[in-house]
Design a protein around this ligand. Structure first.
Ligand code: MLT
Length: 335
């Protein structure tokens, strides 16, 4: 009887060991095999905006490292929440990711009563992108040459000044709402399916002002199509916007804002895929010409540790919590 039991135990142990080995082999096989086809990054805004521009640049560099094309899929609408909802439901197989940012991955749970996803529960962090401070922009023909002049005009005629934005709950909408709240003014928001279409109407003079991230604002400013009148960074950016003061300097002491971004996978993505993508990104960031070029656009590079998957996950959870208070204080509500 004892021998039978011993054999029984041995067989059970062998079966368990085989299961573990097969599982490990499958994971290793997945790791070795991944990526064996193009990878998709969903950008939930129209092409040509700051999120799209940042995503395409990073996707190009990371794609070269992993030896596989990274395809950008623009899925616009509702301030990025439509594309984020689509990504949350994607198969977590390492071939579909979301380029997220502070709007739909930070503020959205405080702004939308009915959100089809949870930024924390439905996603795994892969790596954080650098941040982008924003610029307060007006048409070239605008009479408002400074933030103080714009605020004074808005105070004199509540609701008259209109701000373009990339969609309800987008960065450009949120920062304008915080600006409105801090300045004690009332403006009219005009929403588009991304910053690019909003920018077109700013250039054309159909909107009076908008906040845009520096990486896409700069070429428009350098091309003489729009005018920068203030920065959301605490420090000036003399190379990019000579003579333009931070809002924090005078108009709105202490006002600071920057868009943060991150690459996310639907919850349950293989950990080895996350590690491979994170390492590919860090290898790409070792190219000092690339990081210098990003810095020249006003992009704010972060300490390397802040790019890590778990750092992005912690940051996302902290931002979701932070925006509950920020949205309540600024009375920003959407639905
Ligand atoms: C936003 O304003 O939230 C987005 O950055 C707009 C965009 O990237 O198109």
């Amino acid at each position: 009887m004892k021998i039978a039991k011993a054999w029984g135990r041995t067989a059970a142990l062998a079966a368990a060991a085989a299961t573990v080995l097969l599982g490990a082999a499958a994971t290793t096989a997945h790791a070795q095999a991944w990526p064996n086809k193009p990878v998709t990054w969903i950008v939930p805004f129209a092409a040509g905006g700051p999120t799209d521009a940042m995503a395409r640049d990073i996707a190009d560099k990371v794609g070269r490292q992993i030896g596989q094309a990274i395809v950008i899929e623009n899925a616009a609408g509702a301030g990025g929440t439509i594309g984020a909802g689509k990504a949350a439901k994607a198969t977590p197989d390492g071939y579909t990711f979301l380029v997220g940012h502070m709007g739909y991955m930070g503020a959205a749970p405080s702004l939308y009563k009915k959100l089809s996803y949870d930024p924390v529960k439905d996603f795994d962090g892969v790596f954080r992108f650098p941040d982008t401070p924003l610029v307060l922009l007006v048409p070239k023909s605008s009479p408002y040459k400074t933030a103080d002049a714009l605020i004074a005009a808005a105070k004199a005629s509540p609701g008259k000044i209109n701000f373009g934005n990339a969609g309800v709950g987008s960065t450009s909408h949120l920062i304008a709402a915080l600006f409105e709240s801090r300045a004690g003014i009332q403006v009219t928001s005009i929403s588009y399916k991304g910053a690019a279409p909003a920018m077109n109407d700013l250039v054309g003079g159909q909107v009076d002002a908008m906040f845009d991230q520096s990486n896409t604002a700069l070429p428009q400013v350098q091309g003489g199509r729009i005018s920068p009148i203030a920065l959301t960074s605490l420090t000036p950016m003399p190379q990019q916007y000579p003579g333009v003061a931070p809002l924090a300097d005078k108009a709105l002491p202490g006002f600071e804002a920057a868009t943060w971004y991150g690459l996310y996978a639907p919850k349950g993505v293989p950990k080895d895929v996350v590690a491979k993508l994170h390492q590919a990104y860090l290898k790409a960031l070792a190219d000092k010409d690339w990081t210098a070029r990003m810095a020249s656009q006003g992009i704010h590079l972060l300490p390397e540790a802040q790019y890590a998957p778990d750092a992005l996950a912690r940051h996302t959870a902290a931002e979701v919590a932070k925006w509950r208070k920020v949205a309540a204080d600024a009375k920003i509500q959407i639905d």
